[in-house]
Design a binder for this molecule. Structure first.
Ligand SMILES: Nc1ncnc2c1ncn2[C@@H]1O[C@H](COP(=O)(O)OP(=O)(O)OP(=O)(O)O)[C@@H](O)[C@H]1O
Ligand SMILES: [Mg+2]
Length: 245
């Protein structure tokens, strides 16, 4: 293959392109530079892990990719859509159609069952899964009628993942999905995320403090003080169930 063709193939796989993004939070006199010139491409169906110390800008970057926040300068494209030039309505549409989020604390509605929590998303998505199918993907098909309080932390996180993937998102963004879980439960949750990445081809980004988790990624992006300090390609990924920390 000529190098021009290689370039073209690579271009086709780009899902996100962030160009020199900076984020400054201004609070009165104080300016916090959360991101200081981050440029990055994410590719279709890849699994990336974002590593970095507390305060390095991981959540800020993920929130910008997910259209929950906008940078102070620089541009972000999702395919042909420039998120940084989109109206708030267009950003909401982008999030609703394309992005699934998973956070450290599961944010389930306590008065709704697992199935009803998933239905919150499937009822407004254009091409959703059946809620039961989403719960089966996270191996909770038999717990659909249980309330969050009747589920363990890891099970609640899997319901949150089922909710996030039930709209068949192109992108799954996870901010410390195992942060509140013990090792064994965390591994089960990571296995679920990896399976969704594999089976649905969902471009997946997982934030963690835990360098062991980086072994399961295609690429590991390290952030330090608001900048990318390194990108590592894992030639041999380690399956979640073989990780230990
Ligand atoms: N809404 C906000 N207002 C002001 N400063 C903020 C805000 N959100 C984040 N910051 C600051 O921006 C910097 C980056 O924060 P961010 O949450 O992205 O870090 P992080 O890498 O996710 O950290 P952690 O691992 O602790 O979650 C920090 O200094 C933080 O205090
Ligand atoms: Mg964070």
């Amino acid at each position: 293959m000529s190098s021009a063709e290689t370039e073209e193939v690579r271009e086709k796989r780009v899902v996100f392109r962030a160009d020199a993004i900076a984020k400054i939070y201004e609070m009165g006199e104080v300016k916090v530079r959360a991101l200081r010139g981050v440029s990055l491409e994410l590719y279709r169906s890849e699994f990336i892990v974002l590593l970095g110390a507390s305060g390095s800008g991981k959540s800020t970057l993920l929130n910008i990719l997910g259209g929950l926040d906008v940078p102070t300068s620089g541009s972000v494209h999702y395919l042909d859509q420039e998120l940084t030039a989109s109206t708030p309505e267009a950003l909401t549409r982008y999030r609703r159609q394309h992005v699934g989020f998973v956070f450290q604390f599961y944010n389930l509605i306590p008065s709704l069952t697992a199935r009803e929590n998933v239905e919150l998303v499937t009822e407004i998505a254009p091409d959703p899964m059946d809620p039961r199918e989403a719960l089966e993907m996270v191996r909770l098909g038999d717990r659909a009628d249980h309330f969050p309080a009747q589920l363990s932390g890891g099970e609640q996180q899997r319901v949150a993942i089922a909710r996030a993937i039930s709209k068949r998102p192109d992108v799954l963004l996870c901010d410390e999905p195992t942060g509140a879980l013990d090792v064994q439960t965390g591994i089960v949750v990571l296995e679920v995320i990896a399976r969704i990445n594999r089976e649905l081809g969902t471009t997946t980004a997982v934030i963690t403090h835990n360098a062991a988790i980086a072994e399961m990624a295609d690429r590991v992006i390290a952030l330090s003080d608001g900048q990318i300090s390194g990108i590592k390609i894992n030639d041999a990924k380690i399956p979640a169930n073989e990780l230990s920390w």
